[in-house]
Design a binder for this molecule. Structure first.
Ligand code: AHR
Length: 499
């Protein structure tokens, strides 16, 4: 099989906002406790954060991390997590039916974020609480001094404001599972009034309104338009959430999942622009795809979990090689839409549906999905070119015209590097892949990284952490105006050129 990518320097999707390589830490399972925080671990630092985990997070180069939820935030009292640890209350946490000890709260997470070289995307509770709580939290975090909450922060040892720029107005408020779920009208009004007080207090912040919890919600579409009709003038982004999975064990169909993501993004853009037109507004609402990943492996185990434990093994999907390929295509899809998707969060970061896994008191290791994310986050910065790809296609029962090759090129002007990301979805054939480089001069090949495996179900475990790892022996040859690469069957490829 053959395929071709044409890159034209003048046709760009747009500048990539680095925040599309964001992630997410929720108070859920072992994400916080025994994930990022384990004071008794041999690598724990002065605040109890695991340094081995921080090292792995730093490899992913994550610019923003959403916190503290997720479903958790809709029942959370942020005041429980500040001040002396011995005075913090334990709570029955109703989103995930566990005991929350509140050892880690807003203050500690800010410190962790500094150590992880990342920013915090802070969510407020619009489930059980509302505008009053949100403005108090914002005052605590961002107000310099001289008010009740800013001085309380200073009393707790944080003289300088946290200066959190991005705030989520609740979480998945359309979902019946959400504590304090709302209709679009109810949520739209609450989000609008909350946004107003927050922007009065700190006009420099950016706000994310909740979109639908997935493309398949019955209220999808109408939810977005109603929420935006209420909030348009006060918010900057609308959120998208979606998880994918190979529930029918149909790998060919599973590998086509990114077409759903693309459809979801395009539909939400259309709705944003419909509301813009109706309102005759000059303002454009952008997209924050702030929960995306694979989530299905742990479903059965989670049903059997005993309630009211502290930091149980919850949502601990062990990812395999085909999951990594899907994550690769999802990353390419975010890049293809980077003109409107300005933020995105791989949900989540540690232990809970995560690229990074830990053993309590033991090792840390990278799951298969760690690698495509790390490559995209490190090499996928700059400008994305419109991907003109010619490739043979296949049909699945639901999705038609699935191209065997999913690809995009990104130019990092600062580093003078051009990187092509490409997935070969074929389970049978290697593909001769031509990259048309006639717009570029002085091209040198840096490397061709490949993630491949004969076994689609191969995974990394604590005992075998290097079962699925990338190599850089991919075959790419430079010719006069092009590069000829081999995309091995079912593989993730990162082809890097110096320009
Ligand atoms: O990421 C896990 C959960 O998925 C989040 O808490 C929720 O927002 C979504 O349903």
């Amino acid at each position: 099989m053959k395929a071709k990518l044409i890159i034209n320097k003048d046709f760009t999707v747009g500048e990539i906002d680095n925040r599309i390589y964001g992630s997410f830490i929720e108070h859920l399972g072992r994400a916080v406790y025994n994930g990022i925080y384990e004071p008794t671990h041999p690598t724990a630092d002065d605040m109890g954060f695991r340094k081995d985990v921080l090292d792995m997070v730093n490899k992913l180069n994550v610019p923003i991390v959403r916190y503290p939820g997720g479903n958790f935030v809709s029942g959370y009292n942020w005041e429980d997590g500040i001040g002396p640890k011995e005075k913090r209350p334990r709570r029955a946490e109703l989103a995930w039916h566990v005991i929350e000890t509140n050892e880690v709260g807003i203050d500690e997470f800010q410190e962790w974020a500094k150590r992880a070289n990342t920013e915090v995307m802070q969510a407020v509770n619009l489930g059980t609480r509302g505008a009053d709580e949100a403005r108090n939290l914002l005052e605590y975090c961002n107000f310099p001094k001289g008010t009740y909450y800013s001085d309380l922060r200073r009393e707790h040892g944080f003289e300088e404001p946290f200066d959190i720029k991005v705030w989520c107005l609740g979480n998945e408020m359309d979902g019946s599972w959400q504590i304090g779920a709302k209709t679009a009208e109810e949520y739209g009004r609450l989000a609008c009034e909350t946004a107003k007080v927050m922007k009065e207090l700190d006009p420099s912040i950016e706000l994310v309104a909740c979109g639908s919890s997935s493309l398949f919600m019955p209220t999808f579409g109408k939810w977005e338009s109603t929420v935006l009709e209420h909030t348009y003038d006060y918010v900057d982004y609308i959120s998208l959430h979606n998880y994918y999975g190979n529930r029918d064990n149909d790998t060919k169909a599973y590998l086509a999942s990114s077409l759903d993501m693309d459809n979801f993004i395009k539909s939400v853009i259309a709705i944003c622009d419909y509301v813009k037109a109706v309102k005759k507004s000059d303002k454009t609402i952008n997209l924050s795809f702030d929960e995306w990943n694979i989530w299905f492996h742990s479903d059965e185990a989670d049903k059997k979990l005993e309630r009211w434990q502290i930091a149980p093994h919850q949502l601990e999907d062990i990812y395999n090689f085909e999951d990594a390929l899907v994550v690769g295509t999802l990353l390419i899809t975010l890049l293809k839409n980077c003109d409107r998707v300005k933020m995105a969060c791989l949900a989540q970061l540690v232990n809970v549906i995560a690229p990074i896994m830990t053993e309590n008191g033991g090792d840390v290791w990278a799951q298969t999905i760690f690698y495509p994310f790390m490559h995209a986050s490190n090499y996928g910065r700059g400008v994305a070119f419109i991907p003109v790809v010619s490739s043979e296609k296949y049909d699945t029962e639901r999705l038609k015209d699935v191209p065997y090759v999913e690809a995009i090129a990104v130019m990092n002007e600062e580093k003078k590097e051009l990187t092509v990301f490409a997935v070969n979805r074929s389970l049978e054939d290697n593909i001769d892949f031509e990259i048309d480089l006639r717009d570029f001069t002085n091209v040198k090949l840096i490397e061709h990284i490949v993630l491949e495996n004969d076994d689609m179900k191969a995974s990394n475990t604590v005992d075998n952490p290097n079962n699925v790892v990338p190599h850089n022996n991919g075959v790419t040859k430079l010719e006069e105006d092009s590069a000829k690469a081999t995309l091995n069957k079912h593989s993730w490829n990162v082809i890097r050129f110096q320009i």
